[in-house]
Ligand binder design. Structure first.
Ligand code: SAM
Length: 468
């Protein structure tokens, strides 16, 4: 007789049969589960491997890594697939994207340093020998703080106030390969370190390459002028770098526009080009009537002032009286001043270069920048970088900027170009705007056609509350 369960009264044999069936089912389920987990793990690993082999352009690079047995580094290079190694990282007076100039010309006084890594060259300073002869360098870098790797074929540049254009017609940081290109001023080289100004990169930006800026190669206008004049005169013409050792004269147009006019003649018998350089180094070209191409570096706002000079010079074919009084060029120049023809390739539709209208005349106009007396006072509290002061001095100190005036110019540069996003500009225009410059936190607000700096405090101190 089959025993019955004392708890439920069921047939024990039947219960045992049911239990063994359930055990089998559980075992099967476990096996299914285990194999599913294994399959998922395998899938995950293959996905991770695949992801690690996708480069930023979305191309499969499985065969181009140096470790790949199937493709040598040379083959990879020939296919345009390389693994980059930063030659150094920027130290810059801009710590975050917000408030960083959108182009280097916006803020000539922004400063940065770039130290060449020893991992690239055993003696990094050797790689810089000769570069000190150049005033400007191209910096090729990675937009490493783009946050996400997505990019679109069409973008909305802030200067177009919401309109879309193709990414390759812009300098947008959101682009395949995330490469940036900046023309920076080379202030000096110390050992393995470049001291730069006029930059638009944030601190920590990985730099991939540096090249000297050579107007004869890099500026179509200079090339065109030189080419045509060489063709006409069949003689070698001076390069802009030769202009460096030349005599100079100054003329002041007003407080904001001081120009150094360097007569490029290093041989009295040759009638050569002129070289004008301003405080902020926006470059447009200038030609001498008879021979060489020349370069003009000036702030955007002063272009109109210089156009007045242009008409003055072209009309009278003499130098302004101010120039004459400070003139240090030789007598024959004074008695027989050269006729000048100024060309404005960036501004006046020169045949050698053309640019999009929205760059020439942005839909977003530039702003006047004011400081409240309080902000001005706060700014003056900052000690310049490298000024020796007692270490216990409680005043805040800049790390890069050399004076409160330089900081004020940098702030003006950043704000006059309206650094707000289109969204902020249109949807929350009453909001306070914060950005960091060197060791200073700047607070400002925007009104119709102007920006006002309200506070300049040591970075890291508490932000004022936004009243809106
Ligand atoms: C419009 S891009 C132009 C950069 C360069 N001159 C070019 O034309 O390629 C400059 C802006 O990029 C952003 N930026 C600078 N450094 C960056 C970095 N390392 N990663 C991501 N964005 C950066 C800042 O917001 C800055 O205003």
């Amino acid at each position: 007789m089959t025993p019955l369960c004392e708890h439920c009264g069921e047939n024990v044999k039947k219960i045992n049969q049911q239990v063994s069936v359930m055990r089998k089912e559980i075992k099967n389920l476990r096996q299914t589960l285990d194999s599913a987990v294994r399959a998922h793990r395998k899938h995950l690993m293959s996905l991770q491997t695949a992801v690690s082999k996708i480069d930023l352009t979305g191309n499969d690079k499985k065969d181009c890594t140096p470790s790949s047995p199937s493709l040598s580094a040379q083959d990879a290079l020939e296919q345009g697939k390389i693994r980059t190694v930063p030659i150094g990282y920027m130290s810059s007076c801009f710590s975050v994207k917000n408030g960083t100039p959108r182009q280097p010309t916006i803020c000539g006084t922004s400063r940065a340093q770039l130290r060449i890594q020893q991992s690239v060259f055993n003696n990094p300073e050797h790689a810089l020998v000769g570069l000190e002869q150049y005033s400007h360098v191209w910096i090729i870098f990675l937009f490493h703080k783009n946050g996400h790797l997505s990019y679109k074929a069409k973008v909305k540049p802030p200067r177009l106030n919401g309109q879309r254009v193709g990414v390759y017609s812009t300098r947008s940081p959101h682009r395949p390969n995330s490469l940036g290109l900046t023309l920076a001023k080379l202030d000096k080289i110390q050992g393995d370190t470049l001291h730069l100004s006029g930059i638009d990169m944030i601190a920590g930006t990985p730099v991939l390459d540096i090249k000297p800026y050579i107007p004869e190669y890099d500026s179509p206008h200079t090339r065109t002028v030189l080419d045509s004049q060489q063709h006409e005169s069949h003689q070698d013409l001076p390069t802009v770098s030769e202009n460096k050792e030349t005599s100079s004269l100054n003329f002041d147009l007003d407080q904001d526009a001081q120009f150094k006019l360097e007569d490029s003649r290093n041989d009295k018998d040759k009638d050569e080009g002129l070289y004008l350089r301003g405080k902020s180094e926006t470059c447009v070209s200038l030609t001498h009537s008879q021979t060489a191409g020349a370069q003009l570096f000036l702030p955007r706002e002063t272009v109109s002032l210089l156009k007045e000079v242009e008409s003055f010079v072209n009309k009278d074919e003499t130098l302004p009286p101010d120039c004459k009084s400070k003139n240090s060029v030789s007598d024959d120049v004074k008695t027989e001043p050269p006729a000048l023809i100024m060309d404005w390739p960036c501004y006046d539709g020169d045949s050698s270069t053309t640019i999009a209208d929205w760059i020439r005349e942005p839909l977003v106009s530039s702003l006047d920048v004011h400081f409240t007396p309080h902000a001005q006072k706060q700014l003056e509290e900052f000690l310049p970088a490298h000024l020796s002061e007692p270490s216990d001095c409680e005043r805040p100190r800049f790390k890069f900027l050399r004076s409160p005036e330089e900081a004020a110019a940098a702030i003006r540069g950043v704000l006059s170009a309206d650094p707000r996003s289109v969204y902020r500009r249109t949807q929350c225009r009453d909001r306070l705007f914060f950005f960091t410059l060197d060791t200073a936190d700047i607070t400002c607000w925007f009104g119709q056609g102007f920006a006002e700096v309200l506070q300049v405090r040591p970075a890291g101190s508490q932000r004022p509350k936004d009243p809106f």
